[in-house]
Design a protein around this ligand. Structure first.
Ligand SMILES: Cc1cc2nc3c(=O)[nH]c(=O)nc-3n(C[C@H](O)[C@H](O)[C@H](O)COP(=O)(O)OP(=O)(O)OC[C@H]3O[C@@H](n4cnc5c(N)ncnc54)[C@H](O)[C@@H]3O)c2cc1C
Length: 446
């Protein structure tokens, strides 16, 4: 294989699979190991735990039709759709993750999930703790111009919803647990090896290594920019770090999300509820040195700096909880499909969080892959149809996100005025504003 997909798969592995396991009780682990081994043995007649090389297995029966590496929200959504749809529910599906789903509870990210994503997730399960976004206020610091996007303009119940990363994972994990999907938890996947008719994958769990043979392998290994190596399709370090946390304000505007562009990067405030709707998830993108300094500031000083950067549209910032930092960049693979391996979600593209597109795009990847497998079965034909169907949406979403992440950081007075004009003009050219908002919410389906 010459390719990017498998390269990307390999890159993610070193980064993600090793370090961050919280580990489950040993007994439970051993029990799961035995159950996994027995299930595999009965499926293949193979001796579980054996360490056979991939070429010894060529031509042997398949263990699974589809193996998904990565039980993040994108991999789990795919597993859920495959198990629930009538056209794919007879496929045997494996889901592999280096972590336990409970580990996601400590992830500090809050995610804006679009109305479009809600519509495709709802048939699986929709988390109860989502906070609706009715209006989005976009502005730039130090220059005139702003634009408002309201759900009523689009005839939608909401523009999007704010959820904790852990809540999305928890909700999808419940879906997957109720299906026959074979879930290998606390199990690390190695580099897949392509064969003529399938893919062989070595997996390691609690010191036991074994190989799986599948017709197709889906890389949903995700990851964060600073954990990944450069993507074959393009890579850009934005020299920005996102400081995240939960803040409270003195004059809340419930269900309003704010995106304020500054010369160091955007500040997003996403409503998360709380008493009087006063809690907001903060994503404050700034230069890495500034982020490192701000991460260490006492709360009062931090809130004061935030007030200066954001302004007083919601009164004063009164509280900050759970600060964490994420270095930001762009990584994309040049081809989603390589032989019988396909990449979706962050394994295919890792984006800047401006405009909240990463997970939404990844869910559309997973949904389109489920469509292609429904139509063509677990075959290279399905992967080719999938790749074709995703080209335009990926290009537009990656391009728009990359432009937004950089455009507002060019601190040139004339450009600031032009950007202000553009933001204001959006208010007066509804079709353009509508087209932009709909791309952000629904992407492009082919
Ligand atoms: C600060 C911040 C804010 C964001 N805000 C938004 C937002 O508002 N809206 C939005 O749409 N997106 C947002 N995103 C992006 C979003 O978080 C990602 O796009 C999304 O999490 C990608 O999901 P995924 O399932 O592809 O990957 P991940 O969530 O990274 O999950 C990958 C899984 O694969 C497993 N794994 C990896 N390698 C292996 C291996 N070798 N073997 C076994 N398991 C493996 C990992 O353990 C993990 O569970 C934000 C990102 C950041 C950093």
């Amino acid at each position: 294989m010459s390719g990017s997909t498998v390269d990307q798969t390999r890159q993610m592995k070193g980064a993600q699979a090793g370090g961050s396991l919280c580990g489950s009780p040993q007994q439970e682990q051993q029990h799961r190991e035995r159950a996994d081994a027995t299930a595999l043995a009965s499926r293949t007649g193979a001796r579980p735990g054996s360490n056979r090389l991939h070429d010894e297995r060529q031509g042997e029966p398949f263990d699974f039709d589809v193996t998904i590496v990565g039980a993040g929200p994108v991999g789990m959504a795919l597993a859920g759709w495959l198990a629930r749809r009538s056209a794919t529910r007879t496929l045997s599906v494996a889901l592999i993750d280096a972590r336990e789903p409970e580990d996601a509870a400590s992830d500090p990210r809050s995610i804006a999930v679009s109305q479009g994503s809600r519509m495709i997730l709802e048939p699986l399960r929709w988390p109860a703790d989502a906070t609706a976004i009715y209006r989005i206020h976009v502005s730039q610091r130090g220059h005139f111009g702003r634009t408002l996007i309201d759900h009523t303009e689009h005839g939608l119940p909401a523009l999007g919803y704010v959820l904790r990363y852990g809540s999305i994972v928890h909700s999808l994990a419940q879906v997957v647990h109720a299906t026959p999907v074979h879930w290998f938890k606390s199990t690390t996947a190695q580099t897949p090896v392509q064969e003529n008719d399938g893919v062989t994958l070595r997996i390691d769990s609690a010191g036991v290594t074994r190989t799986l043979r599948s017709r197709l392998l889906v890389s949903a290994e995700g990851g964060l920019f600073h954990e990944q190596q450069a993507g074959s399709g393009g890579s850009r370090d934005y020299r920005q770090t996102a400081l995240v946390g939960t803040v409270s304000v003195s004059a809340p505007r419930p269900h309003v999300a704010w995106e304020r562009f500054t010369s160091q990067g955007p500040i997003a405030l996403l409503p998360t509820g709380g008493v009087r709707g006063a809690d907001y998830a903060l994503v404050w993108c700034c230069a890495p040195e500034e982020a490192a300094r701000r991460a260490q500031l006492p709360d009062d000083a931090f809130l004061q700096e935030l007030g200066i950067a954001f302004g007083d549209r919601m009164g004063r910032f009164t509280q900050i909880k759970g600060r964490a930092a994420f270095p930001l960049g762009l990584n994309t693979v040049d081809a989603l499909v390589n032989g019988r391996v396909v990449a979706i979600g962050n394994a295919a593209q890792t984006l800047h969080p401006v405009a909240g597109q990463g997970l939404n795009l990844g869910l559309r990847d997973a949904h389109a892959l489920a469509d292609a497998l429904s139509q063509h079965g677990p075959s290279p034909l399905a992967l080719a149809a999938f790749a074709r169907s995703r080209a335009l949406d990926r290009r537009l979403t990656i391009g728009a996100t990359d432009t937004l992440a950089r455009l507002f950081t060019v601190d040139f007075p004339a450009l600031g005025s032009l950007r202000g004009l553009a933001l204001t003009a959006l208010e007066f050219v509804p079709p353009v504003k509508t087209a932009l908002a709909r791309q952000m919410m629904f992407g492009q389906r082919r």
